[in-house]
Design a protein around this ligand. Structure first.
Ligand SMILES: NC(=O)c1ccc[n+]([C@@H]2O[C@H](COP(=O)([O-])OP(=O)(O)OC[C@H]3O[C@@H](n4cnc5c(N)ncnc54)[C@H](O)[C@@H]3O)[C@@H](O)[C@H]2O)c1
Length: 441
């Protein structure tokens, strides 16, 4: 499962070979370990004239112990470059981006961060302002491709009124928790979000259900949610009982053996629960064939596990009031659901459906104080991807801005950010955990 090329490229001899031949250069990414500081150095904070976010963001970063500076010093290196672009109200104002980023483009530390803050174009006061705010996407996505050395780049649109609610997102993006997330556009709504008593245990007191938790990404989700303070119910098929029990023991949680596609699965699940704060629909299967060669059972089983069973479970849990106010529903889509993939009409349909579920349910659930979001992983190093043919596997690993595959923990960290009480105004988002994959970009 190990990425031998990345190990070679980071070795003493490999560094030289990679440089001379102009080969992909996968950097070692900074990943979060409990107790880590939020950033690995100072943050340079800039703003276009009239921006509404630089003030509150500077304050909340300083309160979080981050050294924030507003003027770049000769030769200084930064853990993050954060730019408040909310003051840009027409295309000529975009020049402020060049003025900020050009002089400091080589000042980012390895595994550094670029975050541009904007106003959602749909909420802009005029077509001119909406145009300029929409344009920010081109800059952030290009920087993700240009800066290299594990530096990631994102655009965060913040509704008016979301000036403090943006904290959970900034903490996620600036830390090692977002190591494999780049080139994303995130929307933070207006309104307030409660700060947890302890940002290292944001899920303390919460109960989380994770489906497909016996192995792979699901096991990593169970571990990260438990690390962040949640009590975890780990669910998987009866056939995965031993592995499931091991994960549940590991996280001091409960194991629940259930085939999600059984007709009575929603009722059996509901009968075992007293109330959930977090539900992560991670269980998923692939049954690949081109549609010409696909038998109907491959179509039906993939759609049922990956999409329809989630709808049935959500509906019954909501009907019985088993998802608490402040609840979080998180789906696991895939970049195949965005880009499509040869041999995966069934899988890509199901995963595009997960995105549809997020988009259609977000406004419905908002009335009950529940959020719904999804992650869309790209190439993640798991038992599944280890079995891919060598050429496809190497292509998957390298065809992204970070020149490497992600780890299950990268998907799990993104889910934990969505699950946080401090992410109360984040709903209807689909965030790719794909190292800015070229697929479906
Ligand atoms: N590995 C990747 O690169 C990748 C990329 C994009 C998306 N994903 C998605 O991430 C999720 C996890 O993927 P993974 O690689 O860890 O897969 P995996 O096959 O290792 O794990 C999936 C788990 O789901 C369980 N499961 C399957 N059907 C079930 C059912 N009917 N009831 C209960 N449990 C069931 C399986 O037993 C298994 O433990 C899936 O939804 C997958 O589509 C993975």
């Amino acid at each position: 499962m190990g990425d031998r090329y990345a190990n070679f490229a980071n070795s003493g001899m490999g560094r030289g070979v990679v440089k001379r031949l102009g080969l992909p250069d996968p950097p070692r990414l900074r990943r979060y370990q409990p107790g880590d500081p939020l950033t690995n150095g100072p943050v340079l904070l800039g703003a276009a004239d009239g921006g509404r976010l630089a003030g509150p963001v500077g304050k909340l970063l300083e309160a979080a112990g981050v050294a924030v500076t507003e003027t770049a010093g000769e030769g200084d290196k930064y853990a993050a470059l954060v730019f408040d672009a909310t003051g840009i109200t027409d295309s000529t104002g975009l020049r402020a981006l060049y003025d900020f980023f050009h002089p400091v483009a080589r000042s980012g530390k390895t595994s550094g961060r670029v975050v541009v803050l904007g106003t959602p174009p749909e909420s802009a006061a005029s077509p001119r302002e909406a145009t300029a705010q929409r344009a920010l996407e081109g800059l952030t996505r290009s920087i993700g491709k240009e800066f290299g050395r594990g530096i990631t780049s994102q655009l965060v649109y913040v509704e008016t009124g979301g000036e403090t609610a943006v904290e959970s997102t900034l903490r996620f993006l600036l830390s090692g928790r977002s190591a494999y997330v780049s080139g994303q556009v995130i929307r933070v709504g207006g309104g307030s979000a409660p700060a947890p008593a302890d940002w290292d245990q944001p899920l303390a007191g919460k109960t989380a259900l994770v489906t497909g938790a016996a192995r792979g990404i699901g096991a990593a989700i169970a571990r990260v949610l438990a690390r962040d303070g949640a009590e975890v119910i780990a669910l998987d098929v009866p056939g995965a009982g031993d592995a499931l029990a091991a994960v549940a023991n590991d996280v001091r949680g409960r194991a629940l053996q259930l085939d999600l596609t059984a007709p009575d699965a929603p009722a059996r699940l509901a009968d075992r629960l007293t109330g959930l704060d977090i539900i992560v629909h991670n269980a998923g299967i692939t049954r690949d064939k081109t549609i010409a060669r696909m038998d109907e059972s491959r179509w039906d089983s993939v759609l049922d596990v990956n999409l329809s069973s989630q709808e049935r479970i959500n509906d019954l849990l909501l009907e019985r009031g088993l998802i608490n106010a402040g609840g979080r529903i998180v789906g696991v889509a895939s970049i195949a659901g965005i880009a499509g993939n040869r041999g995966q009409t069934n899988y890509a349909t199901s995963k595009a459906g997960v995105i549809g579920l997020v988009e259609s349910m977000a406004p419905v659930l908002a009335k009950r104080g529940i959020t719904i979001n999804a992650v869309a992983p790209g190439f993640i190093e798991t038992a599944m991807t280890a079995k891919m043919p060598l050429f496809l596997r190497e292509a998957g690993r390298r065809m992204n801005s970070l020149s490497q595959g992600g780890l299950p923990v990268d998907v799990a960290e993104t889910i934990s950010w969505f699950a946080s009480p401090a992410s109360a105004t984040i709903s209807g988002n689909v965030v790719r955990v794909c190292g800015q994959s070229l697929l479906g970009a």
